[in-house]
Every structure is written in structure tokens, then in C-alpha cells.
Design a protein around this ligand. Sequence first.
Ligand code: IYR
Length: 220
Amino acid sequence: MTYIPIPYSIPKQDPATMLQNTQQLLTRMNTRRSCREFSDQPIAKELIESLIAVGHSAPSGANRQPWHFVAVNDPAIKREIRLAAEEEEKESYTRRMPPAWLAALEPLGTDEHKPFLEIAPWLVIIFQVNWVMLDGEKQPNYYPVESAGLAAGMFLTACHLAGLATLTHTPSPMKFLRDILKRPENEKPFLLIPVGHPAEDCKVPKIEKKPIEEALQWNR
Ligand code: IYR
């Protein structure tokens, strides 16, 4: 494919507006939390499609868009996913995770029980697409992990700004998702994201972000 340049610009804002907008966004984003207790209140399919379209707007290696979203609201499929996830998670919590990992998770209060996988109205599963058939040939995608991560981050942000709670859940190993959702072998499950309103009595762990100074270096 040839390079076809087209004009690009973004509406300019004055510096004070840029800072104000960013600070307002920061205030909103700082209220985002990983949610493990959902309400079963339905969410319109149209909204989920729009939120996923925000994720799909992410940049990607060579513009291959190496992600595939699967949105599940069918109770029977949600149940299958919950049972399979809990089976893997039980193995992880009781055998696979070393003591240091279990200790790191302690402040989060997580365990192998995942009722939210049935209660949340939607499960959005992001697959990373590792290769594609192009002109009859198997071709690798580029930076599929980074690309899927970007799409996931943008999707999570869109959900939060729409007033919806999410969880970045990684029941490990996640191969069962490919089997249950009948995805092809070039796709690897990347993230399982329940989406919905928080339960009325929802609680989250009291944890905090490090001060930005600990996560940011200026120059050398
Ligand atoms: N996947 C497990 C364990 C877990 C791992 C990490 I890293 C977390 O930040 C939270 C949980 C689970 O979902 O319970």
C-alpha cells in the first residue's frame, strides 16, 4: 500500500484552557477504581458499541489494529465464563501463585470467587491478534500487546467517563476464553473486562496512587 498524506490538525486551545481541561480530566480519572461488585442493571448494547468504538480508535503497530472485542451479555455464556475462570483462579490462588504474589494481592481482598462475571450486565473480552492472513500468507502483526493495551486503556477511560464501572480481570491462564467464545487460533485472550454500574453497597479497597514524583522523571 502506498503512502497517501492527508492534512491533519486539532483545534487549538489557549494554554490556560489546556491546563484547566487536563486538570478537570485528572480529577475525574482519579475517581476511577477497579470494581468487583456490580449491579445487574442492564446497559444498552448501543452504548457498549460506542465505548468499544472508542477503544477501537487506538493507535496500533503499522495500523494493523491487532485487537478483537467480544461483548457478552448472554447469561448462559457469562455463566460458562464464570465457571471456567473460577476453576483457573482456584488453581492459581491455591497452587500457582507464590506466597509473595498472594501477599501483594492481600490489600486488594481478591480471591477465586468471581460472582461479578455473572452479575455485571456485560463482559467485554479483548483479544490480541498475533497474526493475519494477507494475500494468502500468514503475516505477523506488530506490537500486538502494546496495541491491545492501548485499546484497552482507551476503552476503560471511555467507560469511566460514561459513568460505568470496570474491572481489568485476568483469570490466568485465559485460553478458555478462546474456546468458549469460539475465536480463531491467531487470537490470544488479553483482558476480560466486566462493565456495568457498581452495586449499591459496592466497596473497593483503600489503596492509593504513588505521588506523581515517584512515577515521573524530567530529563536526566
Ligand atoms: N487474576 C487473579 C489474581 C489477581 C492478580 C492481580 I496482578 C491483581 O491485580 C488482582 C488479582 C484475580 O483476578 O483474582
